[in-house]
Write a protein that binds this ligand. Structure first.
Ligand code: SF4
Length: 223
């Protein structure tokens, strides 16, 4: 995502650049683990997004909002108006509003998806004694058939150690430290962030706002 082409120079733009770098490293760590272990999801499976609404931090929501503002402006306005609620399923489950049923890849914001979505099925947890543990999703598979292991056995079972979610989570929290405790369900976080991002975009002189509401603050009047 080309952040400078979306947002004017600002603290938020700098933070989104830091987040993009974190996401890039998380993706590389996951890719290295997947290559070594052969852990994979069934093709076209989206069950983890169907019954799941991620809790995300404001800076991740701002990243999503900036992505929507650049790729699907009407949807960004919809988000800012708080109209992207959790998807309800007939069996009572509540799922992510950004999930799509018309593509086997399902995520409607794949490039901008939050950290948990990037690492969910391919990362380890760490217990109080700092031991790492990893289990393959009940629907997934691994190259050698291993389903789970912890500590030193991880390397033998999977051929590589999975990245630890908490390590990346700590780094994520440090990007916008004053909001590190404000984890919220994605729909709420996105509504707040989309307003924030659309306001900043409205400050750009070169953004025509595509017919959306003009959210620029009024200019001060002389005299
Ligand atoms: S953002 Fe994408 S990957 Fe994450 S829960 Fe929503 S649809 Fe799934």
């Amino acid at each position: 995502m080309d952040i400078p082409s979306i947002l004017p120079p600002s603290l938020l733009a700098e933070r989104l650049e830091s987040l993009a770098y974190l996401y890039k490293r998380a993706d590389s760590a996951v890719a290295a683990f997947v290559a070594a272990s052969g852990v994979s999801c069934p093709f076209g499976c989206g069950s983890c997004c169907e019954g799941f609404v991620p809790d995300i931090l404001p800076v991740e929501a701002a990243y999503l909002a900036a992505y929507l503002a650049a790729s699907d402006r009407p949807r960004a306005y919809e988000a800012a108006a708080g109209r992207l609620g959790a998807r309800s399923y007939p069996d009572g489950r509540q799922g992510c509003p950004l999930y799509r049923t018309d593509t086997p890849y399902h995520c409607g914001v794949y490039e901008a998806r939050p950290l948990i979505c990037r690492m969910f099925a391919f990362s380890a947890t760490r217990d109080k004694l700092s031991r790492t543990a990893f289990s393959v999703c009940r629907l997934g598979s691994s190259l050698g058939g291993a389903r789970g292991a912890s500590g030193e056995a991880l390397l033998d079972a999977f051929g590589a150690e999975p990245p630890v979610m908490a390590d990346y989570g700590s780094e994520l929290a440090g990007i916008e430290p004053e909001a590190a405790g404000r984890r919220m369900p994605l729909p709420e976080a996105l509504a707040e962030a989309a307003s924030r991002v659309m306001f900043l975009i409205g400050m750009r002189d070169d953004d025509p706002l595509d017919g959306g509401p003009d959210v620029r603050p009024p200019l001060p009047r002389a005299g």
